[in-house]
Design a binder for this molecule. Structure first.
Ligand code: LLP
Length: 417
């Protein structure tokens, strides 16, 4: 994470001290680097170069308006999965004509709004959805552009919860069924077939599964051509992994070079939907040590950040590096479990970490820019953390810390008898 470095013994985001941010804004706190977001996004566009393309950042990874706006300014398109994400992209100044709408459960009102603003394409996941979309478009006197999300049945070799390209997953249409479902799409009055889409999983560190999926899609595209259905674009989804620990993920450059080599003369417009590889290593989560609890067999550091702020460790046993914001040379080095105040045994951000800690020390959970804040909840009536974006020497509050009163503002008690 080159935008997060120690300067005079203090961890910084770009040129801003994380210790200073924590003092000013409190903890827990998410901090993002604008430069890192831009660099990670532009790795895709640079590698694609002259090849016709659209890089649609997967909004679900981090949907803060400032993040979306920074990426929109770089020319990003967006991959959305809900009306909420659509409205966020529009509010952040994103171009609706660069939006792809994914997701297994699109509702009619969501389709209608997406048609109204003129999204680029719907990634349709079932026959039933094709019918509904055609009906919604016809009623509006419009034609919806569609890709079918095809399930190529390749093993992405990632965590089972984030592997999506296998037959057993709820996502997409079985590749063997795809020619028939495409014929149906082509026959429906409110639809125009534009592309083929797949997304096989997340945090893939090898290129191989992507290429296996691509090979199967190319066979499908030939079959469709024989049926008279001509494909304009190929959407390979997101999924490129990042380094959390000692993984050595392929870079966007390597991945895209391999895809281009496979395509050769077949210059379909390429769409990618990266989320994690843009946002994860562009953000950290700051938390402070409240108490040290030293037992005979285990040491706990009880911190003010919890599973409601960052659920990846609890949910996927995900490992994210945890660093001291300021090196503490006075405290003894011990092995700690870093646990939050939430009343669940699963409430930990890290286990068996060797750290020299005192009460009040500040820690940074690294690689927290993707699937961090967006998955936060208010469990235990804990307000969600504030979010900061650093831009060079400047830091901007891009989301206020939630107040306690706001957490129950929409609730009411029964009328008095
Ligand atoms: N496109 C589609 C259709 C997706 O379902 C996803 C992620 C992406 C793109 C972006 O994938 P990425 O480039 O971020 O790998 N919460 C989990 C990850 C869930 C991913 C869901 N789909 C985690 O924290 O690891």
């Amino acid at each position: 994470m080159p935008m997060f470095t120690y300067q005079n013994g203090v961890l910084h985001a770009e040129q801003v001290s994380l210790a200073a941010l924590a003092s000013q804004h409190g903890t827990p706190l998410y901090v993002y680097s604008r430069t890192a977001l831009e660099q990670h996004f532009n790795a895709y566009t640079k590698a694609l170069g002259e090849w016709p393309h659209l890089v649609c950042y997967a909004v679900k990874a981090n949907s803060n308006l400032a993040v979306l706006n920074v990426l929109a300014q770089q020319g990003a398109g967006f991959d959305i999965v809900s009306l909420g994400e659509l409205e966020r992209v529009l509010a952040a100044g994103g171009d609706p004509k660069k939006i792809v709408f994914s997701g297994v459960g699109k509702q009619a009102h969501e389709m209608a709004r997406a048609l109204e603003v003129g999204v680029y394409c719907f990634n349709v996941e079932s026959e039933a959805e094709l019918e509904r979309l055609s009906a919604v478009a016809t009623e509006r006197g419009q034609v919806a552009h569609v890709s079918l999300r095809v399930n190529p049945d390749v093993d992405a070799q990632t965590h089972p919860y984030i592997s999506t390209g296998l037959k057993d997953n709820k996502f997409g249409v079985d590749i063997n069924e795809a020619p028939r479902v495409y014929a149906k799409a082509a026959s429906l009055p409110g639809l125009e077939v534009k592309g083929v889409d797949c997304h096989i999983g997340s945090q893939l560190t090898e290129i191989r599964p992507f290429l296996d999926a691509l090979d199967r899609l190319l066979v499908l595209i030939d079959t469709l051509a024989e049926q008279g259905i001509i494909i304009e674009h190929l959407d390979l989804g997101g999924g490129l992994g990042v380094q959390y620990r000692d993984e050595t993920p392929a870079s966007a450059e390597e991945y895209i070079a391999a895809v281009k080599a496979r395509l050769g003369e077949r210059r379909f417009k390429l769409i990618f939907e990266p989320g994690r590889s843009v946002a994860a290593n562009a953000g950290v989560f700051l938390t402070r040590v409240e108490y040290l609890k030293l037992n005979d067999h285990k040491n706990f550091a009880i911190i003010d950040g919890a599973m409601n702020d960052l659920i990846r460790p609890a949910l996927y046993s995900a490992w994210q590096d945890i660093k001291p914001v300021v090196e503490n040379s006075d405290a003894p080095l011990r092995t700690y479990d870093l646990v939050g105040p939430v009343c669940e045994t699963g409430d930990f951000l890290g286990k068996n970490r060797d750290l020299a800690l005192s009460e009040g020390d500040l820690l940074a959970v690294m690689s927290a820019g993707a699937y961090g804040f967006v998955m936060a909840s208010n469990y235990n009536t804990r307000g969600r953390a504030a979010e900061i974006m650093v831009d060079g020497t400047q830091a901007h509050v891009v989301r206020e810390r939630e107040t306690i009163a706001s957490l129950y503002a929409g609730e009411s008690v029964l009328p008095a008898n």
